[in-house]
Design a protein around this ligand. Structure first.
Ligand code: SF4
Length: 415
């Protein structure tokens, strides 16, 4: 086991772990500023996503910056940003990372994102990061943080504990104390003191990004004919990889272009896509959902941008952050909902005017699977059609998924 968990040296020579070319971006990310059309932005996004060596973090380092890898679902990226660090979403290796060492070190019954994240650590692909942040969302993420502490001892990793009892008066002080323990590590890492004023400015910046992402989601919900699901996803995915100062104007430009499109909605079934809040499905699988005749009008993809509507600034920014986490109405598998899971899924259906639900859960993801049981009960009670499919990062054939989705769509059309 000790050998399996040893980092390969030197990491850059582990070319066999990476299928495809490495993407080199300018240190000022000018490629994104110069992109003149949405097609150009999406082409860049696909290139960045296809390269598991984290080209945006590498570019950031070229200018002397330091980056922190943030595991899904919720991490207080505003705090990381307030130290001048780049928070980068660790969303797994996708279909471009060959898993060999992590497969031998972890059980076969674990989700793909845990294996691809460990594989990336063991093969040096996480080299552009100076620290790693894991929220305690499940036993897998908790253990991953422990493994990171052992295999990358020179790079601090931090486990962020999250309260689950929303009604306890201790919940906010508890979360603020958790933030403070993260802050102590970031102060040591950057050799600079925490600044509440700077955190306030970072919260404003992330609120700006959140508002644009919410505008994109509203467009996807109300005028899905104007934007493809993959386009929507890529624009959001970039938001966790680029400096937010680069993503915000980029997204503003893309939104203006999409809103100008004169495309009518097709005759497709509006559905909620529930389950992929942590591990991410492939672009091909997302495309398939649309190809068979569904419009995704509500989803759990890339939750880092919309785990809360907006953070209301208060005198203590740490308390504002904690309050936003605890009071958000957003319901996802790794977080208790302030109502019940049944009421939450019904509220989401009504808000999005969806006709059905596709549960797309990562294989072996217990938090997602547990919620499916609760959601299904409520949907059956209301006679709302649903379909449950599982996915893995390395999925490449979709015949069975296509058949399931087509049958689901036909069952609604001919009901
Ligand atoms: S995919 Fe599910 S089981 Fe795996 S780390 Fe994420 S929440 Fe945990």
């Amino acid at each position: 086991m000790a050998d399996l968990l040893a980092i390969q040296d030197p990491p850059p020579e582990r070319a066999d772990a990476v299928e495809g070319d490495r993407v080199e971006l300018a240190a000022d990310f000018r490629e994104f500023g110069d992109a003149h059309s949405i097609e150009e932005i999406l082409r860049l996004a696909r290139e960045v996503l296809g390269d598991p060596t984290f080209p945006t973090a590498r570019a950031w380092r070229k200018a002397g910056g330091r980056a922190v890898g943030c595991f899904p679902v919720y991490t207080p990226q505003e705090i990381v940003h307030s130290f001048g660090l780049l928070p980068v979403a660790l969303s797994g290796g996708g279909e471009n990372l060959e898993i060999s060492r992590a497969d031998a070190a972890l059980g076969s019954f674990l989700c793909s994102i845990s294996k691809s994240t460990l594989e990336a650590a063991l093969t040096g692909l996480l080299e552009p990061f100076d620290a790693y942040l894991f929220p305690y969302i499940c036993d897998v993420s908790r253990n991953l943080e422990g493994i990171f502490s052992r295999v990358l001892p020179s790079r601090p990793s931090h486990m962020l504990h999250l309260p689950q009892n929303f009604t306890s008066p201790s919940a906010i002080p508890f979360l603020v104390a958790e933030y403070r323990s993260l802050i102590a590590k970031l102060e040591r890492l950057t050799d600079r003191p925490f600044s509440p004023e700077q955190l306030g400015r970072s919260i404003e910046l992330f609120n700006e990004q959140r508002a644009l992402v919410a505008r994109l989601a509203a467009l996807q919900r109300d005028a899905p004919g104007k934007i493809g699901l993959v386009e929507y996803y890529l624009l959001r995915r970039l938001g966790g990889l680029l400096p937010r100062e680069v993503h915000i104007p980029l997204l503003r430009r893309a939104l203006a272009e999409i809103e100008r499109r004169e495309r009518k909605n097709k005759d497709a079934i509006p559905i909620l896509l529930v389950g992929p809040f942590c591990e991410q499905p492939t672009l091909d699988l997302l495309q398939l959902i649309e190809d068979v005749g569904c419009y995704v009008v509500g989803d759990e993809l890339q939750m880092l941008h919309h785990w809360c509507p907006s953070i209301v600034p208060g005198p203590d920014p740490l308390e504002s952050l904690a309050t936003a986490y605890l009071r958000t109405p957003v319901d996802i598998g790794v977080r208790l909902t302030p109502t019940t899971k049944g009421a939450a899924i019904q509220a989401r259906l009504d808000a999005a005017r969806a006709q059905g639900v596709v549960f797309l859960t990562a294989k072996f993801c217990e938090p997602a699977l547990e919620d499916v049981v609760l959601y299904r009960r409520a949907l059956e009670h209301r006679r709302v059609p649903y379909l449950h499919m599982e996915f893995e990062e390395k999925s490449t054939t979709y015949e069975q998924a296509r058949l399931q989705l087509e049958t689901f769509v036909e069952s609604i059309l001919f009901d």
